[in-house]
Design a protein around this ligand. Structure first.
Ligand code: ADP
Ligand code: 5GP
Length: 194
């Protein structure tokens, strides 16, 4: 008996904790692969090219779009972000589950291309806490203002996704995401009995 692997997309406001949760989940589940995105945004302190993101210049990113190298892409807070197709294709061939950290447009695009994708919307405990997290991460005042501006619009879309988790206490959130992964692996539609 084995199960068909699936895509797990974490979506929600910037700073809510998506990449922190991804890091913990891939530590727990060594067989789940993280889809490292490409972006034209400048690296934050501590971010590593090829580990956190592929940091590209705008002409290179636009070439990747033209050459159909991106599974999906979007303009988010004035910078380009996209999912490199090559890695996702390889993970699927190797039968890995794949975890993504995407904005709303990206989550909707992935779900429309692969209907059995599981989407989890992460809610911040409050606007004030989200602001604290963005500042703690080292985002500058402009980046924080730009990201906070979007929160109400983003939260309104939460009901479009399969699950909603309020990322309050991190350990509790990890347990909930882990429970979703385990349950999704046992869905009848994913199980192959021979
Ligand atoms: P995102 O990937 O959604 O933009 P990050 O994972 O970069 O967000 O998290 C933003 C900041 O919030 C980081 O400093 C991270 O350590 C912190 N953080 C994440 N989850 C929690 C939590 N549950 N409680 C407190 N701080 C958190
Ligand atoms: P940040 O600059 O905070 O790392 O990311 C900004 C936003 O872009 C977040 O909502 C993040 O989920 C989203 N994002 C990161 N990578 C991708 C991607 O490949 N595609 C899309 N559509 N959004 C992404």
């Amino acid at each position: 008996m084995y199960y068909e692997p699936f895509f797990l997309v974490l979506v929600g406001p910037s700073g809510v904790g998506k990449s922190t949760i991804v890091r913990e989940i891939i530590k727990l589940h060594k067989d789940i692969k993280y889809s490292i995105s490409a972006t034209t945004r400048r690296p934050r302190k501590d971010e590593v090219n090829g580990k956190d993101y592929y940091f590209l210049d705008i002409p290179t990113f636009k070439n990747w779009i033209k050459e159909d190298k991106l599974y999906e892409w979007a303009l988010v807070y004035g910078d380009y972000y996209g999912t490199p197709r090559e890695h996702v294709d390889a993970f699927i061939r190797e039968s890995h589950d794949v975890i993504f950290d995407l904005d709303i447009q990206g989550a909707i695009s992935v779900k429309s291309q692969r209907e059995d994708t599981v989407t989890v919307f992460l809610l911040p405990p409050s606007k004030e806490e989200l602001k604290r997290r963005l500042l703690k991460r080292g985002d500058n005042e402009n980046a924080v203002v730009e990201r906070i501006k979007e929160i109400e619009r983003e939260v309104k879309t939460a009901s479009r996704f399969d699950y909603i988790i309020r990322n309050d206490v991190l350990e509790e959130t990890i347990k909930k995401v882990d429970a979703i992964i385990i349950a999704e692996r046992h869905r009848t539609k994913r199980i192959r009995l021979s």
